[in-house]
Design a protein around this ligand. Structure first.
Ligand code: TMP
Length: 220
């Protein structure tokens, strides 16, 4: 697909602080003259919000791994068709909190579903689209999980969004390892941010990476 827009994705384990950075990335990219759309997976469309509610409800302990995978892909197919692709085709900058790498890391590396099968689904669903830049907010799983669980407690969570926070530490360690191996395999697309640092320092790193990305893009 030929397209004039910019597609930036954010990835990381639970508690990596991605959501805080999304707002700052939008402000920064707008200050550079780009019209931006901030979105997320799962749940970037109205139908996707319904799929998100199924996926994250901590009462859904019987959700089978393959059903989970296909619900993430259904959310993505809808999101790409109705929001991401149209926005990129009209030249917008799309900033997406999680995308395909999350499926490869969570459902593939951590749940153990076939990576070949997941890659095949992505080939069908993406039709050649790939993020221009993927920011991986990396930190030890112990720290991320402690942060994420504290956030849920502070929000007096009703369990509507806690299904992954309830997974064991070993699961989140596999997710982190999966992300790091994806980053190693695609160094041109990934940039790693040390997300253990305080939010302002995380932002300083992110801003430098965005500035470098834009400089390379305008030189190309
Ligand atoms: P969020 O809380 O960052 O919005 O992410 C929702 C949860 O869904 C998070 O625990 C990661 C998980 N997830 C997957 O397992 N596979 C995916 O493909 C995506 C996009 C998210």
């Amino acid at each position: 697909m030929s397209r004039p827009g910019i597609f930036i994705t954010l990835e990381g384990i639970e508690g990596a602080g991605k959501t805080t950075q999304v707002r700052r990335i939008v402000e920064f990219m707008e200050s550079q003259g780009f019209e931006c759309i901030a979105t997320r997976e799962p749940g970037g469309t109205d139908i996707g919000a319904k799929i998100r509610a199924i996926l994250l409800n901590s009462e859904h302990i019987t959700l089978a791994p393959m059903a989970e995978l296909l619900l993430y892909e259904a959310d993505r197919a809808q999101h790409l068709a109705r929001l991401v692709k149209p926005a990129l085709e009209t030249g917008k900058c799309v900033i997406c909190d999680r995308f395909c790498d999350a499926t490869t890391a969570y459902q593939g590396h951590a749940r153990g579903l076939s990576l070949d099968f997941i890659n095949g689904l992505h080939a069908q669903i993406l039709e050649g689209l790939a993020p221009d830049l993927t920011l991986l907010f990396d930190l030890p799983a112990e720290i991320g999980l402690t942060r994420a669980r504290a956030r849920l407690d502070a929000q007096n969570s009703t369990g509507l969004e806690g299904r992954f926070e309830a997974e064991e530490l070993a699961f989140h360690q596999k997710v982190r390892k999966g992300y790091l191996s994806l980053a190693k395999d695609a160094p041109g697309r990934f940039a790693i941010v040390d997300a253990e640092a305080p939010p302002d320092q995380v932002w300083d790193q992110t801003k430098d990476l965005l500035a470098r990305f834009l400089a390379q893009r305008s030189a190309a």
